[in-house]
Design a protein around this ligand. Structure first.
Ligand code: FAD
Length: 498
């Protein structure tokens, strides 16, 4: 059968894929990137590319008839989510029993929807989670490179202390300090100068117009404004949106054949075709990549894939919570967090909690946190032949260590501030939400399912390049680590395998 052939194929267009595609293109290797989500470059009827959190429409969500926001209620009332038309929207909530995983869909992957927080992990913790990676090289070369390429910046300190849009963060910081906890400024890929001009009324608003999780119309350097245009600019890389990879196999001659469905924005399948390649890079994210590999192994298509494929998955210890406050936090709250509580050094309750906004457009006298904790629990992926699906096994109790750590830290803050947790925000009567994660990590762990540079064990010229390489935890928001590791791995692969 006639089929297309391209030297290198990259599945997905998130951080790992974007860095990999750029370096392949620079090396003169013709590369196709296949992304199941759409290209977000065209304005809708309202003149905007993305919708805001306050008025979510079909653009917000990947093929659902109702939005599925993480914070789902206020005073237990279902006032946040909205009915929508099913569409190839930008945010997906993938449900696996007790755990649901938020992921970005579109050219740029998670960079389109995330909070932009760009944090380099603490070196000693990085050395602990990935002891076989040369930390000297990571901190001397690849972390600085990732920070530069992603356009990481910090807010002007004077502005941060005086602007209206971070009043919420300053109030929270004060309470943390009163409890004897450390806080830190969190770098971001959102341009803080742009945000300053938003507050001054000089430019169209985005972070200050409740834009985050369903995309930002301005200000954010997502991958479609950093790595991906550079990759395309090499003349060797093409990106194909609305192309969903279903399976892949290896031919006798060692090349790979990928089966890909082309869909439209309403989900209709326009056609299915096969693309051959010599080098195949899996960058479909922790869920997407692990699913493709587990299915390939357990259906016998790639029988030499080892038992480590599908193991070592974690939530980065994510748990979300809100506190009720007696003092104002501001009506306009920047959607991009800029301060965090850093209690990671505490041997008993290590927590890194970003102080998150409540971008409701009015002051709800509350503050929200996404806490990253050191949760040792891990999930695993299983193939279900009855419906040809791959399922993540994660039990709700596995989230308990995260809740315990967050509870200890926020109990301390509440005691000092005379405040309380809110238990009206997550649909039912709970103060801590640990049934979702923003930070899926692992499934094809570096040095276990792959060699020390992401080459999948058992197969030549097959690579993992995304968050699935990281063993379940980074202690901070993960995209800088994912990018830096991808930069490190592709440098070695280009030198040795091409
Ligand atoms: P992804 O960025 O997930 O990219 C994978 C891509 O592959 C997606 O575009 C997907 O559509 C595509 N894909 C999947 N399967 C297929 C297939 N079969 N065929 C074709 N394409 C496919 N991290 C931070 O560091 N800082 C933050 O502030 C932050 N905030 C977040 C907020 C939210 C709401 C969310 C959801 C995440 C946040 N994250 C944050 C996490 C961060 O975005 C992810 O860790 C990161 O995007 C993962 O990168 P990746 O390369 O592993 O894959």
């Amino acid at each position: 059968r006639q089929r297309d052939f391209v030297p290198a194929l990259v599945i997905g267009s998130g951080y790992g894929s974007a860095a990999t595609a750029l370096r392949l293109g620079e090396a003169g290797i013709r590369t196709q990137v296949l992304e199941m989500g759409r290209l977000w470059d065209t304005a809708g009827a309202d003149g905007k590319i993305f919708c805001s959190m306050l008025q979510p429409d079909h653009r917000s969500t990947w093929f659902q008839d109702r939005t599925e926001a993480p914070l789902s209620s206020v005073l237990w009332a279902d006032v946040i989510n909205r009915d929508i038309e099913p569409y190839a929207g930008v945010l997906d909530r993938v449900r696996h029993g007790d755990m649901s995983v938020y992921v970005g869909r579109g050219v740029g992957g998670g960079s389109l929807v995330n909070g932009g927080m760009a944090v380099t992990p603490q070196r000693d913790y990085f050395e602990e989670i990935l002891p076989s990676v040369d930390a000297g090289r990571m901190y001397g070369k690849y972390f600085p490179l990732a920070n530069r390429m992603l356009g990481v910046n910090t807010p002007d300190p004077e502005w941060l202390e005086t602007c209206d849009s971070y009043q919420y963060a300053r109030v929270s910081r004060g309470h943390a300090h009163d409890a004897g906890l450390h806080t830190t400024v969190v770098p971001n890929v959102y341009d803080f100068d742009y945000m300053r001009r938003e507050e001054a009324g000089e430019v169209p608003q985005s972070a200050l117009a409740s834009e985050v999780i369903y995309g930002n119309n301005h200000g954010k350097r997502s991958l479609d404004r950093s790595y991906l245009p550079e990759a395309i600019g090499t003349g060797n890389v093409t990106v194909h949106a609305l192309h969903r990879v279903r399976t892949f196999r290896q031919e006798q001659d060692g090349t790979y054949v990928v089966t890909v469905e082309q869909i439209d924005e309403l989900g209709n399948v326009l056609g299915t075709r096969e693309i051959g390649c010599r080098w195949l890079f899996l960058g479909a994210g922790s869920l997407g990549t692990t699913e493709l590999l587990v299915r390939a192994r357990d259906t016998g298509v790639l029988p030499r894939l080892g038992a480590a494929v599908g193991e070592g998955w974690g939530t980065n210890g994510n748990v979300m919570l809100g506190r009720a406050l007696a003092e104002p936090t501001g009506q306009i709250q920047s959607g991009m967090p800029a301060l965090g509580i850093n209690n990671w050094r505490d041997p008993k309750y290590p927590v890194f909690a970003e102080i998150a906004p409540v971008p409701a457009g009015l002051d709800l006298l509350m503050t929200l946190y996404l806490a990253i904790t050191r949760n040792p629990e891990r999930g695993r992926f299983r193939y279900l032949p009855e419906n040809d699906s791959v399922r993540l096994d994660w039990d709700i109790d596995q989230g308990a260590p995260s809740v315990e750590a967050a509870d200890a830290v926020f109990r301390r803050i509440n005691r000092a501030a005379g405040t309380e947790l809110r238990n009206d925000l997550f649909g039912d009567d709970r103060a801590f939400e640990n049934r979702f994660t923003y930070h899926p990590l692992g499934g094809c762990v570096l040095g276990e399912a792959t060699d020390l540079h992401g080459r999948v064990r058992g197969y030549r010229n097959l690579y993992v390049t995304d968050g699935s390489l990281i063993p379940g935890s980074t202690g901070v928001n993960p995209f800088v680590t994912i990018t830096a590791l991808a930069e490190r791995n592709i440098e070695r692969v280009l030198a040795e395998d091409f």
